[in-house]
Design a protein around this ligand. Structure first.
Ligand SMILES: [Zn+2]
Length: 257
Protein backbone atom coordinates (compact mmCIF):
# COMPACT_ATOMS: atom_id res chain seq x y z
CA UNK A 1 0.00 0.00 0.00
CA UNK A 2 1.23 3.49 -0.86
CA UNK A 3 0.78 6.44 1.41
CA UNK A 4 1.53 10.04 0.46
CA UNK A 5 1.88 12.80 3.05
CA UNK A 6 2.21 16.51 2.25
CA UNK A 7 4.48 18.50 4.56
CA UNK A 8 4.69 22.27 4.75
CA UNK A 9 8.34 22.91 5.53
CA UNK A 10 8.10 26.67 5.92
CA UNK A 11 6.82 29.85 4.32
CA UNK A 12 8.19 32.54 2.02
CA UNK A 13 7.01 36.14 1.65
CA UNK A 14 7.24 37.48 -1.88
CA UNK A 15 5.45 39.58 -4.47
CA UNK A 16 2.47 37.78 -5.96
CA UNK A 17 3.36 39.28 -9.34
CA UNK A 18 6.58 37.25 -9.36
CA UNK A 19 4.41 34.12 -9.56
CA UNK A 20 1.83 35.40 -12.03
CA UNK A 21 3.57 37.53 -14.62
CA UNK A 22 0.50 39.47 -15.75
CA UNK A 23 -0.26 40.94 -12.29
CA UNK A 24 0.75 44.43 -11.19
CA UNK A 25 3.83 44.31 -8.94
CA UNK A 26 3.50 45.28 -5.29
CA UNK A 27 1.18 42.56 -3.90
CA UNK A 28 2.79 40.96 -0.81
CA UNK A 29 1.98 37.28 -0.47
CA UNK A 30 2.96 34.44 1.85
CA UNK A 31 3.34 31.06 0.20
CA UNK A 32 3.98 27.59 1.66
CA UNK A 33 7.07 25.51 0.87
CA UNK A 34 6.16 21.86 0.33
CA UNK A 35 7.84 18.50 0.65
CA UNK A 36 6.02 15.25 -0.05
CA UNK A 37 6.72 11.92 1.63
CA UNK A 38 5.83 8.74 -0.24
CA UNK A 39 5.74 5.50 1.74
CA UNK A 40 6.09 2.57 -0.66
CA UNK A 41 6.49 -1.09 0.36
CA UNK A 42 10.03 -0.99 -1.08
CA UNK A 43 11.10 2.18 0.70
CA UNK A 44 10.40 5.84 1.27
CA UNK A 45 10.84 8.65 -1.20
CA UNK A 46 11.00 12.29 -0.16
CA UNK A 47 10.14 14.72 -2.94
CA UNK A 48 11.93 18.03 -2.26
CA UNK A 49 13.71 18.97 0.95
CA UNK A 50 12.55 22.57 1.43
CA UNK A 51 14.53 25.52 2.74
CA UNK A 52 17.69 25.00 4.85
CA UNK A 53 17.02 25.30 8.58
CA UNK A 54 19.50 28.20 8.90
CA UNK A 55 17.93 30.31 6.14
CA UNK A 56 15.63 32.08 8.60
CA UNK A 57 18.52 33.08 10.93
CA UNK A 58 21.16 33.84 8.28
CA UNK A 59 19.19 34.78 5.16
CA UNK A 60 21.99 36.65 3.37
CA UNK A 61 24.51 33.88 4.08
CA UNK A 62 22.18 31.16 2.87
CA UNK A 63 20.27 32.88 0.06
CA UNK A 64 22.61 35.65 -1.07
CA UNK A 65 22.07 39.41 -1.05
CA UNK A 66 20.18 39.51 -4.34
CA UNK A 67 17.57 36.93 -3.41
CA UNK A 68 16.76 38.48 -0.04
CA UNK A 69 15.72 41.67 -1.83
CA UNK A 70 12.96 39.70 -3.53
CA UNK A 71 11.81 37.36 -0.79
CA UNK A 72 11.86 36.63 2.95
CA UNK A 73 11.90 33.21 4.59
CA UNK A 74 9.13 33.20 7.19
CA UNK A 75 9.66 29.73 8.61
CA UNK A 76 9.72 29.03 12.33
CA UNK A 77 11.98 26.70 14.24
CA UNK A 78 10.89 23.13 13.61
CA UNK A 79 9.20 23.89 10.28
CA UNK A 80 11.98 22.41 8.17
CA UNK A 81 11.88 18.92 6.79
CA UNK A 82 13.88 16.90 9.34
CA UNK A 83 11.70 17.83 12.35
CA UNK A 84 8.61 17.42 10.18
CA UNK A 85 9.65 13.87 9.36
CA UNK A 86 10.49 13.15 12.97
CA UNK A 87 6.93 14.09 13.94
CA UNK A 88 5.88 11.25 11.64
CA UNK A 89 8.36 8.92 13.34
CA UNK A 90 10.72 8.92 10.33
CA UNK A 91 14.46 9.57 10.57
CA UNK A 92 16.55 10.83 7.62
CA UNK A 93 18.30 7.45 7.38
CA UNK A 94 14.94 5.81 6.72
CA UNK A 95 14.56 7.78 3.48
CA UNK A 96 15.75 5.60 0.60
CA UNK A 97 15.31 8.16 -2.15
CA UNK A 98 15.26 11.92 -2.23
CA UNK A 99 14.04 13.48 -5.47
CA UNK A 100 14.58 17.17 -6.09
CA UNK A 101 12.09 18.78 -8.43
CA UNK A 102 14.88 21.25 -9.13
CA UNK A 103 17.85 22.87 -7.43
CA UNK A 104 16.48 26.22 -6.29
CA UNK A 105 17.09 26.98 -2.58
CA UNK A 106 13.54 26.18 -1.46
CA UNK A 107 13.59 22.66 -2.93
CA UNK A 108 17.00 21.26 -2.00
CA UNK A 109 17.81 23.12 1.23
CA UNK A 110 17.67 19.96 3.34
CA UNK A 111 19.59 17.66 0.99
CA UNK A 112 22.68 17.55 3.21
CA UNK A 113 20.67 15.86 5.97
CA UNK A 114 20.08 12.77 3.82
CA UNK A 115 23.58 11.33 3.36
CA UNK A 116 22.31 7.74 3.05
CA UNK A 117 19.67 8.44 0.41
CA UNK A 118 20.06 8.15 -3.33
CA UNK A 119 19.22 11.58 -4.71
CA UNK A 120 17.33 11.58 -8.00
CA UNK A 121 17.72 14.66 -10.19
CA UNK A 122 17.15 15.10 -13.91
CA UNK A 123 20.41 15.13 -15.87
CA UNK A 124 19.93 18.61 -17.45
CA UNK A 125 19.21 20.05 -13.99
CA UNK A 126 22.33 18.74 -12.30
CA UNK A 127 24.56 19.39 -15.29
CA UNK A 128 23.37 23.00 -15.54
CA UNK A 129 23.65 23.48 -11.77
CA UNK A 130 27.25 22.34 -11.85
CA UNK A 131 28.15 25.01 -14.44
CA UNK A 132 27.58 28.11 -12.33
CA UNK A 133 27.00 31.26 -14.33
CA UNK A 134 26.90 29.50 -17.70
CA UNK A 135 23.18 28.93 -17.96
CA UNK A 136 21.20 32.17 -18.33
CA UNK A 137 18.06 32.68 -16.22
CA UNK A 138 18.91 29.84 -13.89
CA UNK A 139 20.06 30.36 -10.29
CA UNK A 140 20.69 27.02 -8.60
CA UNK A 141 21.77 26.98 -4.97
CA UNK A 142 25.20 25.30 -4.60
CA UNK A 143 25.31 25.92 -0.84
CA UNK A 144 22.28 23.62 -0.65
CA UNK A 145 22.92 20.92 -3.24
CA UNK A 146 26.70 20.81 -3.59
CA UNK A 147 27.53 18.24 -0.91
CA UNK A 148 29.14 14.80 -1.21
CA UNK A 149 25.81 13.02 -1.64
CA UNK A 150 24.78 10.08 -3.78
CA UNK A 151 23.33 12.00 -6.73
CA UNK A 152 21.91 9.88 -9.53
CA UNK A 153 21.11 11.66 -12.77
CA UNK A 154 17.97 10.44 -14.53
CA UNK A 155 16.86 11.05 -18.09
CA UNK A 156 13.20 11.90 -18.53
CA UNK A 157 10.49 9.71 -17.02
CA UNK A 158 11.76 7.55 -14.17
CA UNK A 159 9.81 4.76 -12.48
CA UNK A 160 11.30 4.89 -8.98
CA UNK A 161 10.29 1.48 -7.63
CA UNK A 162 9.84 -0.31 -10.97
CA UNK A 163 6.10 -0.97 -10.59
CA UNK A 164 4.71 2.18 -12.20
CA UNK A 165 3.32 3.53 -8.94
CA UNK A 166 5.82 6.32 -8.26
CA UNK A 167 7.07 8.09 -11.36
CA UNK A 168 9.18 11.21 -11.78
CA UNK A 169 8.07 13.07 -14.88
CA UNK A 170 10.12 15.68 -16.73
CA UNK A 171 8.49 19.12 -16.63
CA UNK A 172 11.37 21.26 -17.84
CA UNK A 173 11.16 25.01 -18.33
CA UNK A 174 11.03 26.61 -14.89
CA UNK A 175 14.61 25.33 -14.74
CA UNK A 176 16.63 23.28 -17.29
CA UNK A 177 15.66 19.92 -15.77
CA UNK A 178 12.63 20.45 -13.53
CA UNK A 179 10.62 17.33 -12.66
CA UNK A 180 7.24 16.62 -11.11
CA UNK A 181 5.97 13.57 -9.22
CA UNK A 182 3.16 11.23 -10.22
CA UNK A 183 1.82 8.62 -7.77
CA UNK A 184 -0.73 5.94 -8.63
CA UNK A 185 -2.52 4.37 -5.70
CA UNK A 186 -4.34 1.07 -5.99
CA UNK A 187 -7.62 2.75 -6.90
CA UNK A 188 -8.72 5.97 -8.43
CA UNK A 189 -7.06 8.82 -10.22
CA UNK A 190 -3.34 9.51 -9.84
CA UNK A 191 -1.83 12.21 -7.70
CA UNK A 192 0.48 14.75 -9.33
CA UNK A 193 2.82 17.02 -7.39
CA UNK A 194 3.75 19.75 -9.85
CA UNK A 195 6.32 21.58 -7.74
CA UNK A 196 7.36 24.80 -9.51
CA UNK A 197 6.29 23.69 -12.97
CA UNK A 198 3.05 25.25 -11.71
CA UNK A 199 3.16 27.52 -8.66
CA UNK A 200 -0.61 27.84 -8.14
CA UNK A 201 -3.93 26.65 -9.50
CA UNK A 202 -4.35 30.08 -11.08
CA UNK A 203 -1.21 29.60 -13.20
CA UNK A 204 -2.75 26.45 -14.66
CA UNK A 205 -6.32 27.72 -15.03
CA UNK A 206 -5.35 30.99 -16.71
CA UNK A 207 -2.24 29.65 -18.49
CA UNK A 208 -0.03 32.32 -16.91
CA UNK A 209 3.68 31.75 -16.35
CA UNK A 210 5.70 33.17 -13.46
CA UNK A 211 8.44 35.76 -13.88
CA UNK A 212 11.03 33.34 -12.55
CA UNK A 213 11.77 30.84 -15.26
CA UNK A 214 14.49 29.47 -17.50
CA UNK A 215 12.63 28.93 -20.79
CA UNK A 216 9.07 30.20 -21.32
CA UNK A 217 8.16 28.05 -24.35
CA UNK A 218 9.34 24.85 -22.70
CA UNK A 219 7.64 25.75 -19.43
CA UNK A 220 4.36 26.40 -21.24
CA UNK A 221 4.53 22.91 -22.81
CA UNK A 222 5.14 21.38 -19.38
CA UNK A 223 2.24 23.33 -17.91
CA UNK A 224 0.02 22.04 -20.72
CA UNK A 225 1.09 18.47 -19.97
CA UNK A 226 0.23 18.88 -16.30
CA UNK A 227 -3.12 20.46 -17.17
CA UNK A 228 -3.91 17.49 -19.39
CA UNK A 229 -3.12 15.10 -16.53
CA UNK A 230 -5.45 17.06 -14.27
CA UNK A 231 -8.31 17.65 -16.69
CA UNK A 232 -8.23 14.47 -18.80
CA UNK A 233 -7.15 11.80 -16.31
CA UNK A 234 -8.64 13.53 -13.26
CA UNK A 235 -5.33 13.62 -11.42
CA UNK A 236 -5.43 15.21 -8.01
CA UNK A 237 -2.94 18.03 -8.44
CA UNK A 238 -0.81 19.58 -5.73
CA UNK A 239 0.67 22.89 -6.86
CA UNK A 240 4.11 24.16 -5.92
CA UNK A 241 3.36 27.17 -3.72
CA UNK A 242 -0.41 27.66 -3.53
CA UNK A 243 -1.51 29.14 -0.17
CA UNK A 244 -5.24 28.66 -0.84
CA UNK A 245 -4.74 25.02 -1.73
CA UNK A 246 -2.50 24.39 1.27
CA UNK A 247 -5.20 25.75 3.59
CA UNK A 248 -7.63 23.16 2.25
CA UNK A 249 -5.25 20.21 1.86
CA UNK A 250 -5.12 17.15 4.09
CA UNK A 251 -1.89 17.76 5.92
CA UNK A 252 0.61 15.77 7.91
CA UNK A 253 0.00 13.45 9.71
CA UNK A 254 -3.11 12.89 7.53
CA UNK A 255 -2.39 11.44 4.10
CA UNK A 256 -3.30 12.99 0.75
CA UNK A 257 -3.26 9.53 -0.91
ZN1 LIG B 1 9.89 26.98 -5.22
Amino acid sequence: MIRVTALCTGYIDLDRASMLEDLTPGQPWTVPVLSVLVDHPRGRLLFDTGVHCLARVDPVGRLGAERVKRLTVKSKEGDDVVPQLSRLGVTPDEIRYVANSHLHFDHCGGNEFFPRATILVQRPELEAARRPGFVPSYSPSPIDFDHPLDYRMIDGEHDVFGDGSVVLIPTYGHTPGHQSLLVRGRNGAPLVVTSDACYTRENMDRDVLPKILWDAAIMRDSLARLRKLRDQTGATTIYGHDPAQWDALARSPAAVL
